[in-house]
Design a binder for this molecule. Structure first.
Ligand SMILES: NC(=O)c1ccc[n+]([C@@H]2O[C@H](COP(=O)([O-])OP(=O)(O)OC[C@H]3O[C@@H](n4cnc5c(N)ncnc54)[C@H](OP(=O)(O)O)[C@@H]3O)[C@@H](O)[C@H]2O)c1
Ligand SMILES: Cc1cn([C@H]2C[C@H](O)[C@@H](COP(=O)(O)OP(=O)(O)O[C@H]3O[C@@H](C)[C@H](O)[C@@H](O)[C@H]3O)O2)c(=O)[nH]c1=O
Length: 297
């Protein structure tokens, strides 16, 4: 039996669809059915089931974005640190395997340029450089990094997701954000196509890969301007041009930071570890182009 927590959320919803498509036996108790902060209630829940694997897609991300975490620090700590810690403790006690959705936004920037001119991304064993320990992060990123520290003792996959995108319009879809925001920050990022993310994450369990951190991002990185170019060159671009849509950019990050409460992680991740385990994931440019071809508003 698999237990999915966070199924009512954006990422959890894609996990639910994946498990349903595979006809896998799973339960997905909602926030109302079980209080994940109540250890006794959780222990009773697990005593009644024979659970093999837990997928944790619970988290506090702030609405409409991480700025809200600056004003909801307790919810952010509970959702991103305390709940993963309680679940990991119970998984250790009951020898249940645990898959936790974390974030690549525990990094900032990249690791320079390789001899072939490619941008070098952070690897899983690189210590976070955008966290409470480096005293430069948003409260959200600090909590994501701290949440990972709670998980070292258990049989745990830590799946780092970055800026999810998809072909269906949604406020949490990165492409939707670029269409919505009045002005854009030009930044280089690794991104995760969210259907590929959940498929690759679950494949870690299906293949019984070694536990640990996995960067589940599409290969390579892309800048905001490059994505906007792809949007304008897609069928969606034709509609936008008809509507007279203009993509405006901040002059620089300093200008951007005047418009937000918290600094943002913009970073490049290296997904070599995932690829080396035989898990396929598209190059980010290919994935963006294909999702734009399928775009549904
Ligand atoms: N979206 C992104 O850009 C992104 C990027 C990287 C990583 N992530 C990570 O992915 C995970 C899911 O994010 P998301 O975008 O899917 O968020 P979301 O749409 O806001 O969903 C969050 C989920 O967590 C549940 N939840 C929140 N606080 C809870 C609590 N105290 N007790 C029980 N359930 C609680 C919510 O349940 P209710 O609906 O009942 O409140 C919901 O099911 C998070 O860990 C996030 O940090 C997200
Ligand atoms: C607010 C704003 C953001 N941006 C850019 C900054 C970032 O590069 C990108 C995402 O920023 P926001 O949407 O503000 O952040 P966000 O909170 O929605 O995004 C973050 O959500 C977390 C849950 C994830 O863990 C992070 O990986 C990241 O996806 O959008 C603009 O270009 N213009 C804007 O006006």
């Amino acid at each position: 039996m698999i237990v999915l927590f966070g199924s009512t959320g954006y990422v959890g919803g894609f996990f639910k669809k994946l498990l349903q498509s595979k006809n896998i036996d799973f339960v997905a108790p909602s926030h109302k059915e079980i209080d994940l902060l109540n250890e006794r209630q959780l222990l009773d829940f697990f005593d009644r089931l024979s659970v093999d694997f837990i997928i944790n897609a619970v988290g506090y991300t702030g609405k409409p974005n991480v700025d809200a975490c600056e004003d909801n620090k307790l919810d952010c700590l509970l959702g991103n640190v305390v709940i993963p810690g309680i679940l990991a403790k119970i998984c250790s006690q009951k020898n249940i395997a645990f898959g936790h959705v974390s974030s690549g936004c525990v990094y900032q920037g990249d690791k320079g340029t390789g001899p072939d001119g490619s941008i070098i991304g952070f690897q899983e064993n690189d210590p976070p450089n955008f966290s409470f320990r480096t005293s430069n992060s948003s409260f959200y990123s600090g909590c994501k990094a701290l949440g990972e520290e709670m998980l070292t003792a258990s049989r745990c996959y830590i799946w780092r997701l970055r800026m999810p995108f998809h072909w269906q319009d949604h406020p949490k879809n990165y492409i939707s954000k670029l269409l919505f925001y009045q002005r854009l920050l030009d930044a280089r990022n690794s991104l995760s196509e969210v259907e590929e993310f959940v498929r690759a994450a679950f494949e870690c369990w299906e293949k019984r890969l070694p536990y640990g951190i996995y960067h589940i991002t599409n290969t390579g990185s892309i800048t905001t301007r490059q994505i906007v170019e792809k949007i304008l060159g897609s069928p969606l671009g034709a509609q936008l041009k008809e509507r007279g849509k203009k993509f405006l950019f901040f002059d620089n990050e300093e200008e951007f930071l005047k418009h937000v409460k918290a600094p943002r992680s913009n970073c490049v991740l290296d997904n070599t570890k995932l690829l080396s385990k035989g898990i396929h994931i598209r190059h980010v440019e290919e994935a963006i182009e294909e999702d734009l071809k399928r775009w549904q508003s």
